[in-house]
Design a protein around this ligand. Sequence first.
Ligand SMILES: C[S@@+](CC[C@H](N)C(=O)[O-])C[C@H]1O[C@@H](n2cnc3c(N)ncnc32)[C@H](O)[C@@H]1O
Length: 297
Amino acid sequence: MPFVSPGHVRLLLGDARRMEGILNRSIALVVTSPPYPMIPQWDRLFLSLGARTYPQMLQVLADAWAECRRVMIPGGILAINVGDALRSVDGEFRLWPNVAETTVAASEAGFSPLPYILWKKPTNKPNAFLGSGFLPPNAYVTLDCEFVLLFRNGPLRRFPPHDASRAASRFERTERDRWFSQVWSDVRGTRQDGRGGRTGAFPSAIPERLIRMFSVVGDTVLDPFAGTGTTLWTAARWGRHAIGVERDPATFRALVATGRRLGLLSPGSTQRQFAPTVRGGRSPPRRRDEGTVGRSR
Ligand SMILES: C[S@@+](CC[C@H](N)C(=O)[O-])C[C@H]1O[C@@H](n2cnc3c(N)ncnc32)[C@H](O)[C@@H]1O
């Protein structure tokens, strides 16, 4: 357990693509897990944002990374938990490369890519694979890894010598050795059956490590896709302030209730913002109807 006083949490009902309630250059670290394009769970959400094709879904996320850059301090770190998707569209089963696309999109938004973390989830079904029998060549490799992609906003962050907040944020040698190795195979996925279905929540060990690796006590951590608020409550527990942006009103109400129950929201720390219209960003050059979901067959 940390020996620092908890940070406070602000919640914004709004859109990650236009976080008007957040000042320029005020966020030291972003830890987030966006809705993954081409995972059926998120089809309705992407459709409500005007995104029906894979390039349009990627554009929603690209706009959010550009907005993160606006609010981040120089030297701040962007940490994105994302996985690829497997899905048949128009009879073709294939992988949708969210990890590669996110790396390109954040780089195009102006971030510098850093070495990433491969989160290999321990599985109870080591022999699970897609296909049948033991005959080549038509089985598929099991997709049991997600990534934590890491980016820096510009130059290295600098501190004055003997900075007290930095000293108070020190981690142990054993923690460093585990956390800064590229494969994390000791973090289990979390139960997904929250209120109203699957939540997409990640286990608190993921944000806990990232917050302690890449921010100091007193910093402000942002989750632009807040969900159940795992990043926010973890940041507060480790003496960082946190801001969560969530677009879905029911999920937002649940966030407010949790924040109040945990005693982490100060009065006036929840706000409603208008949802923006979709920005006319540049779409990746590819077939315009690629990965169109929800069309009748
Ligand atoms: C994968 S979940 C996040 C899970 C979170 N890491 C947790 O532990 O609960 C993605 C969340 O982003 C929200 N969301 C989707 N699009 C959004 C947008 N444009 N702006 C803000 N929130 C959005 C969804 O409603 C959902 O709650």
